[in-house]
Design a protein around this ligand. Structure first.
Ligand code: NAD
Length: 440
């Protein structure tokens, strides 16, 4: 099968490399010349475990290539995937579909013979209809079917998720497109990954409903954490206690600083807008977004309280900047509003992240001082805040850290450490949803 992947970001590049690994002939296209030049040199534009090896081996075997010009690969393709960004539109929270429609126009001009045009980007209900209209308007004689095939991979575990998905959702009623999609995903079908065929609009809504539900689960446990702190309960045990119930499930029940990242914030907002447009308000999702927004600043107040009520001229060490471990993605990371709030409170912020510091420099204020290790970050600090649960923060030499800090205060927004262990080493420790050990 010949595939053209339009957009070579987190989703396009991972999907393209995995399709090539299945044995398909894939060309990844991107408008960003620097990205494509880097990929041609074997350099990854993003950090994703295992990606560099996967790309290198498929490129070496001639199944994966990169270009900025979609004409030839689209003309030769049986299937064209659109995996461009759909960020929040400035001002109103709707999904900005400019990149999708621009890509659709370019694709329409270039296709030849029957081609399935598949939206892998997360797009609001009805976008497939509009892509079809835009393509038809651009090229009346083109032979194509527009399919929705939302992507559910998680950054940090993207390759595994792509190759072992919980399900594959395919929205189309075009028989030729169905056959093509079955062929493309055949290796996963052989792995018994459930493939669900449905209407295009239903497929589009499944993606938003899934993300909104997961965001709700996180927000629910975050509020439980606040209550647990007040009543002297342990939210981690509450999460385990409810998660063992199969009807609930244990995933996405880790209390923390609030959800962020490249998907949940923008997708929940876009879903709310769709609900409003269709006069079917989604009040639960609206509340989830509001609760989550307030949480970011509440985390700064937690640090303020831990530092004795004032942060003026104090140094706060931030461990972890990305919205989750194993990615360099800083989009909508909870660290951004947290750091801004700490700076508003007069703190000097120092930060360390294993992979995210380059992207962080583009989104955080110049006032942040970056260090090259967790230890350098904590050195002389008045409080250390664990924001992202990178593996390397799970086994820090706490004695060395205590000895180097100005005052030994740890605010652990991911509950990485057991309170007793840290307090035994002479720290004041504040986790999420757990009463301090000395109160128990
Ligand atoms: P990204 O910003 O990393 O990548 C998008 C790429 O598309 C960019 O490199 C951009 O240069 C390129 N592009 C834009 N217009 C183009 C055009 N006309 N021709 C060629 N290239 C073009 O975005 P992403 O994180 O990969 O997300 C892509 C889509 O997938 C979004 O809709 C997102 O919501 C969805 N999604 C993302 C994830 C994730 O974890 N990142 C997971 C599931 C779904």
């Amino acid at each position: 099968m010949r595939i053209a992947m339009i957009g070579s970001g987190y989703v396009g590049l991972v999907s393209g490399a995995c399709f090539a690994d299945f044995g398909h002939q894939v060309v990844c296209v991107d408008k960003d010349t620097r990205k494509i030049d880097a990929l041609k040199q074997g350099e990854m534009p993003i950090y994703e475990p295992g990606l560099s090896e996967l790309v290198a081996s498929n490129a070496r075997q001639g199944r994966l290539s990169f270009t900025t010009d979609l004409k030839d690969p689209v003309a030769e393709a049986d299937a064209v995937f659109i995996a461009v960004g759909t960020p929040s539109r400035r001002g109103d929270g709707h999904a900005d579909l400019t990149y999708v429609y621009d890509a659709a126009r370019e694709v329409a001009r270039a296709i030849s013979g029957f081609t399935a045009v598949i939206t892998k980007s997360t797009v609001p209900v009805g976008t497939g209809d509009e892509v079809e209209r835009v393509m038809r308007q651009t090229r009346g004689d083109a032979d194509f079917a527009v399919v929705s095939n939302p992507e559910f991979l998680r950054e940090g575990a993207a390759i595994r998720d792509f190759k072992h998905p919980d399900r594959i959702v395919i929205g189309t009623h075009d028989e030729r497109a169905k056959e093509l999609m079955a062929e493309i995903y055949r290796p996963l079908y052989l792995n018994r990954a459930p493939i669900m065929y449905t209407e295009r609009r239903t497929a589009e809504l499944i993606k938003y409903a899934a993300n909104a539900f997961l965001a709700t689960k996180i927000t629910f446990i975050n509020e439980m954490a606040d209550l647990a702190e007040k009543v002297g309960a342990d939210v981690q045990e509450v999460a385990r206690g409810i998660g063992l119930d199969n009807r609930i499930g244990g995933k996405f029940l880790h209390a923390g600083p609030g959800f962020g990242g490249s998907c949940f914030p923008k997708d929940t907002l876009a879903l709310i807008k769709t609900g409003q447009d269709y006069e079917a308000p989604l009040r639960i999702v609206e509340t989830v977004v509001a609760v989550n927004d307030q949480r970011k600043r509440a985390m700064a107040r937690k640090v303020l309280a831990a530092a004795g009520g004032s942060l003026r001229d104090k140094t706060v060490a931030i461990l972890g900047l990305t919205f989750k471990p194993n990615t360099d993605d800083m989009r909508d990371s909870p660290s951004i509003p947290l750091i801004t709030a700490l700076q508003d409170m007069g703190a000097k912020v120092r930060a360390y992240d294993p992979e995210g510091m380059q992207q962080a420099r583009d989104v955080l204020s110049n006032e942040v001082a970056y260090t090259d290790s967790a230890y350098a970050c904590a050195d002389g600090a008045d409080a250390m805040v664990i924001v992202t649960e990178w593996e390397q923060f799970r086994a820090l030499d706490l004695d060395a850290i205590r000895a180097s800090m100005k005052s030994p205060v740890i605010v652990d927004l991911r509950n990485v450490y057991p309170a007793e262990e840290v307090e035994k080493r002479g720290f004041a420790y504040i986790g999420i949803g757990r009463a301090p050990a000395r109160n128990r």
